[in-house]
Ligand binder design. Structure first.
Ligand SMILES: NC(=O)c1ccc[n+]([C@@H]2O[C@H](COP(=O)([O-])OP(=O)(O)OC[C@H]3O[C@@H](n4cnc5c(N)ncnc54)[C@H](O)[C@@H]3O)[C@@H](O)[C@H]2O)c1
Length: 321
Protein backbone atom coordinates (compact mmCIF):
# COMPACT_ATOMS: atom_id res chain seq x y z
CA UNK A 1 0.00 0.00 0.00
CA UNK A 2 1.23 3.46 -0.92
CA UNK A 3 1.51 5.43 2.32
CA UNK A 4 0.81 9.14 2.72
CA UNK A 5 4.08 10.72 3.81
CA UNK A 6 3.71 13.34 6.51
CA UNK A 7 6.28 15.81 7.79
CA UNK A 8 5.41 17.12 11.25
CA UNK A 9 6.61 20.48 12.59
CA UNK A 10 6.11 20.88 16.34
CA UNK A 11 6.63 18.25 19.03
CA UNK A 12 4.56 20.10 21.60
CA UNK A 13 2.20 18.80 24.23
CA UNK A 14 -1.07 18.96 22.32
CA UNK A 15 0.44 17.48 19.17
CA UNK A 16 1.81 14.62 21.27
CA UNK A 17 -1.55 14.08 22.96
CA UNK A 18 -3.79 13.92 19.92
CA UNK A 19 -2.16 14.25 16.48
CA UNK A 20 0.88 11.98 16.73
CA UNK A 21 -1.13 9.11 18.28
CA UNK A 22 -3.83 9.50 15.60
CA UNK A 23 -1.43 9.45 12.64
CA UNK A 24 0.78 6.77 14.21
CA UNK A 25 -2.05 4.27 14.31
CA UNK A 26 -3.09 4.77 10.67
CA UNK A 27 -1.67 2.01 8.49
CA UNK A 28 -1.77 4.16 5.37
CA UNK A 29 0.27 7.00 6.94
CA UNK A 30 3.99 7.33 7.48
CA UNK A 31 5.26 10.10 9.72
CA UNK A 32 8.34 10.48 7.53
CA UNK A 33 10.06 13.21 9.52
CA UNK A 34 9.60 15.55 12.45
CA UNK A 35 10.97 18.93 13.38
CA UNK A 36 11.26 20.99 16.56
CA UNK A 37 13.65 23.67 17.76
CA UNK A 38 13.72 21.95 21.14
CA UNK A 39 16.04 18.93 20.88
CA UNK A 40 14.68 17.25 24.02
CA UNK A 41 11.11 17.31 22.69
CA UNK A 42 12.34 16.22 19.26
CA UNK A 43 14.09 13.19 20.75
CA UNK A 44 11.20 12.22 23.04
CA UNK A 45 8.60 12.44 20.27
CA UNK A 46 10.89 10.64 17.80
CA UNK A 47 11.48 7.78 20.21
CA UNK A 48 7.83 7.49 21.27
CA UNK A 49 6.51 7.30 17.70
CA UNK A 50 9.58 5.59 16.18
CA UNK A 51 10.50 8.40 13.79
CA UNK A 52 14.14 8.37 12.67
CA UNK A 53 14.27 11.52 10.55
CA UNK A 54 14.53 14.38 13.02
CA UNK A 55 15.28 18.03 12.22
CA UNK A 56 15.69 21.28 14.09
CA UNK A 57 15.37 23.26 10.83
CA UNK A 58 12.09 22.62 9.02
CA UNK A 59 13.56 23.86 5.71
CA UNK A 60 16.06 20.97 5.83
CA UNK A 61 13.19 18.55 6.36
CA UNK A 62 11.37 20.00 3.33
CA UNK A 63 14.54 19.68 1.23
CA UNK A 64 15.48 16.16 2.32
CA UNK A 65 12.10 14.41 2.33
CA UNK A 66 9.56 13.93 -0.41
CA UNK A 67 6.41 14.78 1.57
CA UNK A 68 2.72 14.60 0.66
CA UNK A 69 1.69 16.95 3.45
CA UNK A 70 2.94 18.80 6.47
CA UNK A 71 1.41 19.27 9.92
CA UNK A 72 2.42 22.61 11.42
CA UNK A 73 1.33 22.57 15.06
CA UNK A 74 2.72 25.35 17.19
CA UNK A 75 1.78 28.64 18.86
CA UNK A 76 -0.47 30.57 16.45
CA UNK A 77 1.73 33.67 16.29
CA UNK A 78 4.70 31.59 15.05
CA UNK A 79 2.77 29.83 12.35
CA UNK A 80 2.39 32.18 9.43
CA UNK A 81 5.82 32.21 7.77
CA UNK A 82 6.17 28.44 7.96
CA UNK A 83 2.73 27.83 6.45
CA UNK A 84 3.54 30.27 3.62
CA UNK A 85 6.83 28.48 2.99
CA UNK A 86 5.10 25.08 2.89
CA UNK A 87 2.38 26.31 0.51
CA UNK A 88 4.98 27.91 -1.76
CA UNK A 89 6.61 24.48 -1.98
CA UNK A 90 3.21 23.07 -3.02
CA UNK A 91 2.83 21.05 0.17
CA UNK A 92 -0.60 20.23 1.58
CA UNK A 93 -0.96 21.68 5.07
CA UNK A 94 -2.79 20.85 8.31
CA UNK A 95 -2.80 23.44 11.11
CA UNK A 96 -4.56 23.70 14.45
CA UNK A 97 -7.03 26.38 15.41
CA UNK A 98 -6.75 29.36 15.41
CA UNK A 99 -5.99 29.65 11.70
CA UNK A 100 -3.54 32.50 12.22
CA UNK A 101 -4.06 35.44 14.51
CA UNK A 102 -6.02 37.73 12.20
CA UNK A 103 -8.64 37.42 9.48
CA UNK A 104 -6.12 39.10 7.17
CA UNK A 105 -3.60 36.30 7.74
CA UNK A 106 -5.99 33.44 7.05
CA UNK A 107 -7.34 35.20 3.94
CA UNK A 108 -3.81 35.37 2.55
CA UNK A 109 -3.11 31.74 3.47
CA UNK A 110 -6.38 30.65 1.85
CA UNK A 111 -5.53 32.57 -1.35
CA UNK A 112 -2.07 31.02 -1.48
CA UNK A 113 -3.42 27.49 -0.90
CA UNK A 114 -5.90 27.93 -3.77
CA UNK A 115 -3.29 29.51 -6.06
CA UNK A 116 -0.82 26.67 -5.50
CA UNK A 117 -3.41 23.88 -5.60
CA UNK A 118 -2.67 22.78 -2.03
CA UNK A 119 -5.13 20.98 0.23
CA UNK A 120 -5.43 22.71 3.57
CA UNK A 121 -7.18 22.01 6.82
CA UNK A 122 -7.74 23.68 10.19
CA UNK A 123 -8.29 21.33 13.13
CA UNK A 124 -11.82 22.26 14.10
CA UNK A 125 -12.19 18.95 15.90
CA UNK A 126 -15.68 19.59 17.33
CA UNK A 127 -17.10 18.94 13.85
CA UNK A 128 -15.57 15.44 13.97
CA UNK A 129 -16.69 14.34 17.44
CA UNK A 130 -18.68 11.17 16.71
CA UNK A 131 -21.38 12.09 19.25
CA UNK A 132 -21.91 15.51 17.67
CA UNK A 133 -22.09 14.02 14.17
CA UNK A 134 -24.61 11.44 15.39
CA UNK A 135 -26.77 14.05 17.13
CA UNK A 136 -26.83 16.18 14.00
CA UNK A 137 -27.94 13.19 11.93
CA UNK A 138 -30.76 12.40 14.40
CA UNK A 139 -32.00 15.98 14.80
CA UNK A 140 -31.96 16.72 11.06
CA UNK A 141 -34.23 13.74 10.41
CA UNK A 142 -36.99 16.02 11.75
CA UNK A 143 -36.02 18.84 9.38
CA UNK A 144 -33.57 21.74 9.36
CA UNK A 145 -32.09 23.01 12.63
CA UNK A 146 -34.12 26.00 13.79
CA UNK A 147 -32.29 26.93 16.97
CA UNK A 148 -28.83 26.35 18.42
CA UNK A 149 -27.12 27.33 21.66
CA UNK A 150 -23.34 27.00 21.80
CA UNK A 151 -21.68 27.48 25.18
CA UNK A 152 -18.05 27.53 26.26
CA UNK A 153 -17.14 28.53 29.81
CA UNK A 154 -13.70 28.44 31.37
CA UNK A 155 -11.96 29.69 34.47
CA UNK A 156 -8.68 31.32 33.45
CA UNK A 157 -8.82 33.70 36.39
CA UNK A 158 -6.82 35.91 36.89
CA UNK A 159 -4.56 35.57 33.80
CA UNK A 160 -6.71 35.78 30.69
CA UNK A 161 -3.86 36.03 28.17
CA UNK A 162 -3.15 33.29 25.65
CA UNK A 163 0.52 33.25 24.62
CA UNK A 164 1.18 36.37 26.73
CA UNK A 165 -1.48 38.25 24.78
CA UNK A 166 -0.42 37.36 21.23
CA UNK A 167 -3.98 36.31 20.37
CA UNK A 168 -7.38 37.04 21.91
CA UNK A 169 -9.56 34.45 23.66
CA UNK A 170 -12.34 34.45 21.06
CA UNK A 171 -9.96 33.84 18.15
CA UNK A 172 -7.70 31.45 20.01
CA UNK A 173 -10.14 29.18 21.80
CA UNK A 174 -13.81 30.23 21.92
CA UNK A 175 -13.55 29.96 18.11
CA UNK A 176 -14.57 26.30 18.53
CA UNK A 177 -18.04 27.39 19.68
CA UNK A 178 -18.38 29.85 16.81
CA UNK A 179 -17.18 27.43 14.13
CA UNK A 180 -19.55 24.66 15.20
CA UNK A 181 -22.53 27.04 14.89
CA UNK A 182 -21.57 27.63 11.24
CA UNK A 183 -21.14 23.89 10.76
CA UNK A 184 -24.64 23.21 12.07
CA UNK A 185 -26.56 26.14 10.59
CA UNK A 186 -24.56 27.64 7.69
CA UNK A 187 -23.72 31.29 7.18
CA UNK A 188 -24.90 34.11 9.42
CA UNK A 189 -27.04 37.04 8.22
CA UNK A 190 -27.23 39.17 11.37
CA UNK A 191 -25.23 39.30 14.60
CA UNK A 192 -25.60 41.33 17.78
CA UNK A 193 -23.16 40.75 20.59
CA UNK A 194 -22.15 41.78 24.07
CA UNK A 195 -18.38 41.56 24.48
CA UNK A 196 -17.20 42.20 28.04
CA UNK A 197 -13.91 42.40 29.92
CA UNK A 198 -14.69 41.14 33.41
CA UNK A 199 -12.00 41.65 36.11
CA UNK A 200 -9.60 42.53 33.27
CA UNK A 201 -8.65 45.07 30.62
CA UNK A 202 -9.02 42.52 27.83
CA UNK A 203 -12.22 40.89 26.53
CA UNK A 204 -13.04 37.56 28.17
CA UNK A 205 -16.80 37.11 27.69
CA UNK A 206 -18.41 36.91 24.25
CA UNK A 207 -22.16 36.55 24.06
CA UNK A 208 -24.12 36.90 20.85
CA UNK A 209 -27.42 36.32 19.14
CA UNK A 210 -27.30 35.39 15.46
CA UNK A 211 -29.76 34.99 12.61
CA UNK A 212 -28.59 32.46 10.03
CA UNK A 213 -29.38 32.68 6.31
CA UNK A 214 -31.26 29.40 6.81
CA UNK A 215 -33.63 31.21 9.18
CA UNK A 216 -32.21 29.47 12.26
CA UNK A 217 -31.50 31.40 15.45
CA UNK A 218 -28.17 30.98 17.24
CA UNK A 219 -27.06 31.95 20.73
CA UNK A 220 -23.39 32.02 21.67
CA UNK A 221 -22.58 32.04 25.40
CA UNK A 222 -18.92 32.15 26.39
CA UNK A 223 -17.12 33.48 29.45
CA UNK A 224 -13.56 32.76 30.61
CA UNK A 225 -14.03 34.09 34.19
CA UNK A 226 -16.63 31.73 35.61
CA UNK A 227 -16.76 28.49 37.64
CA UNK A 228 -15.08 25.88 35.43
CA UNK A 229 -14.80 24.48 31.91
CA UNK A 230 -18.29 23.73 30.65
CA UNK A 231 -18.70 23.28 26.90
CA UNK A 232 -22.16 22.29 25.66
CA UNK A 233 -24.56 22.58 22.74
CA UNK A 234 -28.33 22.68 22.31
CA UNK A 235 -29.61 21.75 18.88
CA UNK A 236 -33.31 22.01 18.10
CA UNK A 237 -35.47 21.09 15.16
CA UNK A 238 -39.20 20.44 14.75
CA UNK A 239 -40.40 18.45 17.81
CA UNK A 240 -36.84 17.39 18.75
CA UNK A 241 -34.20 18.85 21.10
CA UNK A 242 -30.67 17.63 21.81
CA UNK A 243 -28.64 18.75 24.83
CA UNK A 244 -25.03 17.75 24.25
CA UNK A 245 -21.97 17.67 26.47
CA UNK A 246 -19.43 16.13 24.07
CA UNK A 247 -17.17 15.03 26.94
CA UNK A 248 -19.95 12.83 28.29
CA UNK A 249 -23.32 12.41 26.66
CA UNK A 250 -26.26 13.77 24.72
CA UNK A 251 -29.88 13.86 25.89
CA UNK A 252 -32.45 13.80 23.11
CA UNK A 253 -36.06 14.77 23.80
CA UNK A 254 -38.88 14.22 21.30
CA UNK A 255 -42.56 15.02 20.97
CA UNK A 256 -43.10 16.47 24.43
CA UNK A 257 -42.08 13.22 26.17
CA UNK A 258 -40.44 13.43 29.62
CA UNK A 259 -37.94 10.59 29.03
CA UNK A 260 -34.75 11.38 27.12
CA UNK A 261 -32.85 9.09 24.80
CA UNK A 262 -29.29 9.10 26.18
CA UNK A 263 -26.23 8.68 23.95
CA UNK A 264 -22.79 8.25 25.52
CA UNK A 265 -19.89 9.97 23.75
CA UNK A 266 -17.55 7.02 24.36
CA UNK A 267 -20.10 4.48 23.15
CA UNK A 268 -20.85 6.38 19.96
CA UNK A 269 -17.10 6.74 19.30
CA UNK A 270 -16.55 3.11 20.32
CA UNK A 271 -13.55 4.28 22.30
CA UNK A 272 -12.55 5.59 25.72
CA UNK A 273 -9.47 7.27 24.24
CA UNK A 274 -9.70 11.06 24.33
CA UNK A 275 -8.14 11.57 20.88
CA UNK A 276 -10.90 9.38 19.43
CA UNK A 277 -14.08 10.34 21.31
CA UNK A 278 -13.20 14.05 21.12
CA UNK A 279 -12.84 13.97 17.34
CA UNK A 280 -9.10 14.38 16.74
CA UNK A 281 -8.51 10.97 15.22
CA UNK A 282 -11.42 11.50 12.85
CA UNK A 283 -10.35 14.99 11.74
CA UNK A 284 -6.93 13.55 10.91
CA UNK A 285 -8.58 10.67 9.09
CA UNK A 286 -10.63 13.18 7.09
CA UNK A 287 -7.48 15.09 6.06
CA UNK A 288 -5.67 11.91 5.00
CA UNK A 289 -8.71 10.64 3.08
CA UNK A 290 -9.02 13.98 1.29
CA UNK A 291 -5.36 13.71 0.23
CA UNK A 292 -5.90 10.17 -1.03
CA UNK A 293 -9.15 10.96 -2.84
CA UNK A 294 -8.06 14.38 -4.13
CA UNK A 295 -10.94 16.14 -2.32
CA UNK A 296 -11.03 19.44 -0.45
CA UNK A 297 -11.10 19.04 3.35
CA UNK A 298 -14.37 20.42 4.71
CA UNK A 299 -12.61 22.89 7.03
CA UNK A 300 -10.00 24.11 4.59
CA UNK A 301 -8.41 27.56 4.84
CA UNK A 302 -11.15 29.16 2.69
CA UNK A 303 -13.79 27.79 5.05
CA UNK A 304 -11.80 29.01 8.07
CA UNK A 305 -11.92 32.53 6.56
CA UNK A 306 -15.71 32.43 7.07
CA UNK A 307 -15.36 31.45 10.74
CA UNK A 308 -12.82 34.26 11.25
CA UNK A 309 -15.21 36.68 9.48
CA UNK A 310 -17.93 35.70 11.92
CA UNK A 311 -15.53 36.37 14.80
CA UNK A 312 -14.86 39.81 13.36
CA UNK A 313 -18.63 40.42 13.15
CA UNK A 314 -19.02 39.45 16.82
CA UNK A 315 -16.49 42.14 17.76
CA UNK A 316 -17.94 44.74 15.37
CA UNK A 317 -21.58 44.30 16.39
CA UNK A 318 -20.96 44.70 20.10
CA UNK A 319 -23.98 46.61 21.44
CA UNK A 320 -22.39 47.29 24.82
CA UNK A 321 -19.71 49.73 23.57
N1 LIG B 1 -8.25 21.73 18.95
C1 LIG B 1 -8.07 21.79 20.26
O1 LIG B 1 -8.90 21.35 21.03
C2 LIG B 1 -6.78 22.35 20.80
C3 LIG B 1 -6.48 22.22 22.17
C4 LIG B 1 -5.26 22.72 22.63
C5 LIG B 1 -4.37 23.38 21.76
N2 LIG B 1 -4.72 23.50 20.44
C6 LIG B 1 -3.83 24.21 19.52
O2 LIG B 1 -2.61 23.48 19.37
C7 LIG B 1 -1.57 24.38 19.05
C8 LIG B 1 -0.45 24.19 20.03
O3 LIG B 1 0.03 22.85 19.95
P1 LIG B 1 1.02 22.24 21.04
O4 LIG B 1 0.39 22.31 22.41
O5 LIG B 1 1.44 20.92 20.55
O6 LIG B 1 2.18 23.32 20.97
P2 LIG B 1 3.29 23.71 22.05
O7 LIG B 1 3.21 25.17 22.24
O8 LIG B 1 3.26 22.78 23.25
O9 LIG B 1 4.60 23.32 21.25
C9 LIG B 1 4.96 23.94 20.06
C10 LIG B 1 6.29 23.35 19.64
O10 LIG B 1 6.68 23.99 18.43
C11 LIG B 1 8.06 24.18 18.51
N3 LIG B 1 8.43 25.26 17.59
C12 LIG B 1 8.16 26.59 17.68
N4 LIG B 1 8.65 27.23 16.60
C13 LIG B 1 9.24 26.30 15.82
C14 LIG B 1 9.93 26.34 14.58
N5 LIG B 1 10.12 27.48 13.92
N6 LIG B 1 10.41 25.20 14.06
C15 LIG B 1 10.22 24.02 14.71
N7 LIG B 1 9.58 23.92 15.89
C16 LIG B 1 9.11 25.04 16.44
C17 LIG B 1 8.35 24.54 19.96
O11 LIG B 1 9.71 24.28 20.30
C18 LIG B 1 7.39 23.60 20.69
O12 LIG B 1 7.98 22.36 21.04
C19 LIG B 1 -2.15 25.79 19.16
O13 LIG B 1 -2.50 26.24 17.88
C20 LIG B 1 -3.38 25.58 20.01
O14 LIG B 1 -4.38 26.56 19.79
C21 LIG B 1 -5.88 23.00 19.96
Amino acid sequence: MEKIKIGFIGCGSFANTVHYPSLYEMEDVEIAGICDLDEKRLKETGEKFKIENRYTDYKKMFEKLDLDAVYIIMPPHHLYDIVVDALKRNLNVFIEKPPGITLYQIKNLANLAVKNGCKSMVGFNRRFIPLIKKVREIVEKNGPIIQIVSTFYKNMFPNFLYYNGAVDILTCDAIHSVDIMRWFCGEVKNVRSIVKSYFSNTPNAFNAIMEFESGATGILLTNWTVGKRIHTFEIHSKCISAFVNPNEKALIFRDNKEEAEILSTQEIAQSNEFHKFYGYFFENRHFIDCLKENKEPECNFSDAVKTMELIEKIYKNNISI
